[in-house]
Design a protein. Structure first.
Length: 245
């Protein structure tokens, strides 16, 4: 699903294809012709669960497959308090995984082990949305996650990267941008010839904020300058998150 404000997709013949079964494939398609599929990417998983314990088991078993393709889980958090946004944009969980390139993710999808483990995800997850992003704007060098910090997730739809503007505003409030990314590629399922059904992607950009306490996050988001940035987006959803990884 192409979110409003997203870049125009590249021609249909420009994609990576992972064969899952004899009759089914998964396709990775760029939505930004200026970003090659050879660049490092961050997989943004934004979803609800049916059984959180089963999803956590899937994560535990799937970590082996992720590691074998040099992937690394960067952040896993459970949504707590909504600070801004509509109910339809809310999901329960966010998981961000870094891959050296989409081709590494493709290789993982094609392994028998990951396909077997993914059966658990099918039963554990509902309302799944997914997109590949690259670090952008205020991200710079990835920071270490501080266990003493509290976090907030901000995902948005819009034509430009707002992370640098957000960083300037929140820094004055004692809040930092720890991650920001813009969606550059999406997933499709299909047959052996072409992509057909898109995996929904609800956002054009994602930002993770961190602060010493929740009050600082609430104050920063409520600030008039932050609210003015939100008005530049087509839609924004912001919520505190309990970090689980």
């Amino acid at each position: 699903m192409k979110a409003e404000g997203s870049a125009k997709p590249v021609p249909e013949n420009e994609f990576l294809q992972a064969r899952i079964t004899r009759d089914k494939s998964v396709f990775i398609r760029s939505i930004n012709p200026d970003v090659p599929l050879s660049e490092p990417v961050y997989a943004i998983n934004w979803f609800n669960t049916r059984m959180l314990w089963l999803y956590n088991l899937y994560n535990l078993l799937g970590a082996r497959a992720v590691g074998k393709v040099s992937g690394k889980a960067c952040f896993k958090g459970k949504v707590k308090t909504v600070l801004h946004g509509a109910a339809e944009d809310r999901r329960e969980m966010l998981l961000i995984v870094r891959y050296p390139a989409p081709d590494h993710f493709k290789t993982m999808l094609e392994t028998t082990y990951f396909q077997l483990v993914s059966v658990l995800r099918v039963f554990a997850v509902r309302q799944f949305t997914f997109g590949f992003s690259r670090r952008s704007g205020a991200s710079g060098t990835p920071q270490a996650w501080d266990k003493n910090k509290v976090f907030a997730i901000h995902h948005y739809r819009g034509q430009h990267d707002i992370s640098a503007e957000v960083s300037r505003v929140v820094n004055d409030q004692g809040v930092e941008v720890n991650f920001s990314g813009r969606i550059t590629a999406v997933l499709f399922s299909g047959d052996q010839t072409r992509p057909k059904d898109p995996v929904p992607c609800m956002m054009d950009g994602a930002i993770i904020l961190q602060a010493a306490n929740q009050a600082a996050l609430e104050k920063a988001v409520a600030h008039a300058d932050y609210q003015a940035i939100i008005q530049q987006t087509h839609s924004s959803f912001i919520a505190t998150a309990q970090r689980m990884l």
